[in-house]
Ligand binder design. Structure first.
Ligand SMILES: CC(C)(COP(=O)(O)OP(=O)(O)OC[C@H]1O[C@@H](n2cnc3c(N)ncnc32)[C@H](O)[C@@H]1OP(=O)(O)O)[C@@H](O)C(=O)NCCC(=O)NCCS
Length: 179
């Protein structure tokens, strides 16, 4: 458990079974996609899936999983969302930093990836400010959204020697399944 930035009485916790229903509720308010129970259950297996609690209520969360793709290990960010009333106070940054820090603890995890709807300029700018780079645009990635296209964002997690490995990972981890 960690305290995060000063201001609100927030605590940051790994999301486990006990917070699963709150995570689903939070994301149902924030995202236009109904993520499958199976996906949530995969994410809570990883400590990188973290939540921000304010007076016991979940006000923000990052859901991630570690993936193996063609022999490469990567952190895949499934969702990062903060309730509208709590945005702009560093919660999203803290959740993202926490997941990336945990991923960096394993030298084999060289990159972080996610997909964002091409129309979500605010989220793309948020990730770019945090060192993510735009990659391929995947047409018709989202089945039920308009526009249905997604841009892939990725970030190398290690400096120095890791960069070469990260570049290799970015090259081999460029495709993903749509939602
Ligand atoms: C993207 C998102 C998670 C960011 O969360 P957050 O807690 O607002 O993030 P932070 O406060 O750390 O940073 C937000 C940035 O916007 C600025 N900001 C100011 N007021 C803001 C407001 N009312 N709302 C959002 N951002 C605001 C902040 O200063 C900050 O800028 P900086 O990065 O230059 O410091 C949040 O906006 C969100 O839930 N969006 C909807 C879901 C989404 O699109 N997720 C991304 C795809 S998975």
């Amino acid at each position: 458990m960690s305290a995060g930035p000063p201001g609100l009485p927030l605590t940051y916790v790994p999301i486990g079974e006990q917070h699963l229903s709150k995570l689903k509720l939070l994301n149902s308010v924030i995202f236009p996609i109904n993520y499958q129970d199976k996906l949530y259950r995969q994410c809570i297996l990883f400590e990188h899936t973290q939540g921000a609690l304010c007076e016991g209520e979940l006000v923000g969360a990052i859901a991630c999983r570690l993936e193996q793709k063609e022999g490469c290990a990567r952190l895949y960010i499934v969702t990062l969302g903060v309730l509208a009333a709590f945005r702009g106070q560093g919660i999203g940054t803290h959740l993202l930093s926490c997941a990336l820090r945990l991923a960096r603890e394993d030298p084999a995890v060289a990159t972080a990836h996610l997909h964002v709807q091409t129309s979500n300029a605010a989220a793309i700018a948020f990730y770019e400010r945090h060192g993510f780079h735009r990659g391929a645009v995947l047409l018709k990635y989202y089945r039920k959204l308009e526009p249905p296209d997604a841009v892939e964002l990725s970030k190398a997690l290690h400096a120095g020697d890791g960069q070469e490995l990260a570049q290799r990972h970015l090259e081999c981890c460029s495709a993903a399944t749509g939602v």
